[in-house]
Design a protein around this ligand. Sequence first.
Ligand code: ADP
Length: 379
Amino acid sequence: MVKICCIGAGYVGGPTMAVIALKCPHVEVAVVDISVPRINAWNSDQLPIYEPGLEDIVKQCRGKNLFFSTDVEKHVREADIVFVSVNTPTKTTGLGAGKAADLTYWESAAPKGSSFRSFRILSFAEGTAIADLFNPDRVLIGRETPEGFKAVQTLKEVYANWVPEGQIITTNLWSAELSKLAANAFLAQRISSVNAMSALCESTGADVTQVAYAVGTDSRIGPKFLNASVGFGGSCFQKDILNLVYICQCNGLPEVAEIVSSMFNTVSNKKVAILGFAFKKDTGDTRETPAIDVCKGLLGDKAQISIYDPQVTEEQIQRDLSMKKFDWDHPLHLQPMSPTTVKQVSVKWGAYEATKDAHAVCVLTEWDEFKSLAVVFDM
Ligand code: ADP
């Protein structure tokens, strides 16, 4: 029986390993993490992350060929294949701060001195992870050394259980790495482009949805990733662009400015309801969500904000809003939020509760459940 061990039971490792376990009943999959609460959650009824379809798969495989454990050493030792899916955030200090990927977690996870075969999971889309893993456009595997070649074969055999062979691409390590960064940069660029078009549409009377649809029907462009929004979020796009191009500076918060000016230039003491806090629908992940910038901007202008997101906890929101941003990122928000600022925030467990008596409503995540609410607001 082939044994797989995945170090890191997060947004990437968890769903990926669950799908491998489901698709390969003859493979034993152990997902390990240094975080005891995270592993406990994976072993409970309340999984630590939300992803449509994930719970069913975990329930089906857990205890059979899918295991969650904090015994990193044991499972790495016993494994034929080791995946490393620990976090690689942007460095906040030291050489390359604000740009380079912080490989501290990666290094801490790499078992020393062993001839294990390891892979870094490169490509992933939260919110549609399970569907994407079931039916990926491609699986990209990077290889370097001759031993790596053997490892690629083993990994290919795993994916061949459900992915057609033609869709499993192998390249050298740098090609794989740069393909990932380039793909995310292209996708982020699409979102930014459609957002720029959206502003132009508003001032000219065009309908951005119609424009995006018309543009997307061009087969060279394609329809995906053309929804106008408050901007792209998630843990990957930003860090990958920073990694790819040397400098990316964003200053000013045009989205907040827009809300402020449409409320006669002051939001002070006004109640602004925020619907959606996650960086996109169908996930509870808030890393690099534009909602953080929007909320901080509103708080800076002394608004009262009332937030509802179906998957993000109050604790997470408070933590995100009190967190310090990188110096290079938003000079306006260098300081962590004071406790009084955080008191301007209330988190509700329903859209109607959050929007009650609000002066304005900002929909910051495109959750499906908000579509039906819009009808009520319009009346
Ligand atoms: P991603 O979105 O990349 O999956 P997450 O932060 O959701 O990122 O998950 C990464 C996980 O990796 C965390 O649960 C963290 O505890 C775990 N992790 C980090 N370093 C190590 C390590 N040295 N050994 C085991 N797990 C680790």
